[in-house]
Design a protein around this ligand. Structure first.
Ligand code: KG4
Ligand code: ZN
Length: 334
């Protein structure tokens, strides 16, 4: 049984080993994102309070819909960081309590690594899983990383953002455009309504694309503020489309370059922004043209969920003692 509570989602799941991957028996996600809408971003204190309200009902529902007894649960896994400390503490302390009450071992999991392991979630026994070396593009609200996995225990950061994460860029630009939080889905929805051709003067830059694997997204928000002012309230949908297109283009260029440099056997694309329709299409196309198989979780396992936490616990989890587990807001994978 796995728990995820690092940000504004409270999630619980029951998973089991299947073939070379992990099968989801249940996955329940409660989100407090609507409560953050009016602020245009997450309010940590509000998120933590909502986690407390949702955590027990969410776990109960996950166990009930998986149709397992507490005796059948082998271990309790929890995402212990990185994330908002108040939110993380709710999941971690709940996991510890349950571990004591039901006498189950506990497994702590890094949230960003868990996003990568979402690519091991399968439905059928014979379904394929990523083959090493694998290249992973992790795109979420807090991370934009290119990671080379030589094995499950040998990960190397080979590129990614120097400043804002790509999800953060969507969220900030949505706010500038007057679109609701979270920005990723609202920018995509607005982009679909674009009709006019965007004047040259309103086009956005593509920083750092010409070489290397590093990226920068903080300038996009500044550029967007500028373009919104210039456009005098017109072209909202067109600017959303411009941002969506440019971000996906940057991610494709960098991923393609990393594939040429490292010749991986598999490509993994994961994290909340991997729910972006255009990015999914581009990555499928990149996989088809390069012949490198793509592992991109279904949309529900791209954004924060507990099935990915369970996947990592099953594939590569180390059982620990309760006093060895602690919420760590800055826990980096590398
Ligand atoms: O992985 P995630 O749920 O949480 C973190 O670990 O940060 O990612 C959340 C981010 C948010 O910035 C949100 O705007 C973005 O993922 N996101 C999307 C989409 N759905 C969520 N970005 C682009 N397109 C989407 N469809
Ligand atoms: Zn996440």
């Amino acid at each position: 049984m796995a728990i995820e509570s690092s940000c504004d989602e409270t999630a619980a799941a029951v998973v089991e080993k299947l073939g070379n991957g992990v099968k989801v028996l249940s996955s329940v996600v409660a989100s407090s994102s609507v409560m953050h809408e009016k602020y245009g971003g997450i309010v940590p204190e509000v998120a933590a309070r909502e986690q407390i309200k949702s955590i027990i009902p969410t776990i109960e529902e996950a166990i009930k819909s998986a149709d397992v007894s507490t005796e059948e649960i082998e271990a309790i896994a929890v995402s212990a960081g990185p994330g908002l400390i108040g939110s993380l503490l709710v999941g971690v302390e709940t996991a510890k309590c349950l571990s004591l009450i039901f006498n189950k071992p506990i497994i702590e999991v890094n949230h960003v690594a868990a996003h990568v392991y979402s690519s091991f979630l399968i439905k059928e026994h014979s379904d394929p899983v990523p083959v090493m070396p694998a290249l992973a593009l992790v795109v979420s609200g807090g991370h934009t990383d290119l990671i080379l996995l030589s094995s499950l225990n040998d990960w190397r950061w080979i590129g990614g953002t120097r400043d804002d994460a790509v999800g953060e860029c969507f969220d900030k630009c949505a706010r500038v455009l007057g679109l609701p939080y979270p920005g990723g889905p609202s920018i995509s929805a607005s982009a679909l309504k674009a009709k006019e051709k965007l004047p040259q003067s309103l086009m956005l830059p593509m920083p750092m694309v010409d070489e290397g694997l590093e990226m920068s997204f903080s300038g996009m928000k500044t550029a967007m503020i500028d373009k919104v002012r210039l456009s005098e309230g017109k072209y909202t949908n067109e600017l959303a489309a411009e941002l969506n297109n440019k971000i996906v283009k940057i991610l494709r260029i960098k991923t393609e370059r990393a594939m040429e440099m490292y010749s991986p056997n598999s490509l993994i694309v994961c994290g909340g922004v991997a729910a972006n329709r255009l990015l999914r299409e581009e990555m499928k196309e990149l996989s088809n043209t390069s012949g490198i198989p793509l592992f991109m979780p279904e949309m529900e396992y791209c954004t924060d969920n507990a099935a990915m936490v369970g996947a990592m616990a099953v594939m590569n989890g180390i059982k620990k003692e309760i006093d060895e587990i602690a919420a760590r807001s800055n826990w980096e994978v590398f």
